[in-house]
Design a protein around this ligand. Sequence first.
Ligand SMILES: [Mg+2]
Length: 120
Amino acid sequence: MKILLVEDSQNYLNEMKEILEDQDYEVVTATDGLKGLEALKDNTDLSLIISDLNMPNLDGLSMCRKIKSDNIPAPPIMMVTTEGSTELKRQGKEAGVRCWLIKPVVGKMLLSMVEKVIKN
Ligand SMILES: [Mg+2]
């Protein structure tokens, strides 16, 4: 299964990519929301998007809103961020975010949520 990982922190991107690839997920990466949208259009066989919130050019929430408003075909979206306010989570839900995880996320937690969201 193929996952799009959108994250501007290179360390975090590499860490999550490794965790996912260890479980035989195929991982496509993008370093901001704009590149995430491009990757989404280039990869029509994605099972999941995992996105950071705070990123340059286009943040994760704006990317989700764009996907929704433009009716871009997309798999479920999981947000992984340091931000955890109720208001942001509410906005995320409204923009189509299926699951919201707070950093730092340990591998086990990430993988169990990935499985859960993909299976639903
Ligand atoms: Mg960031």
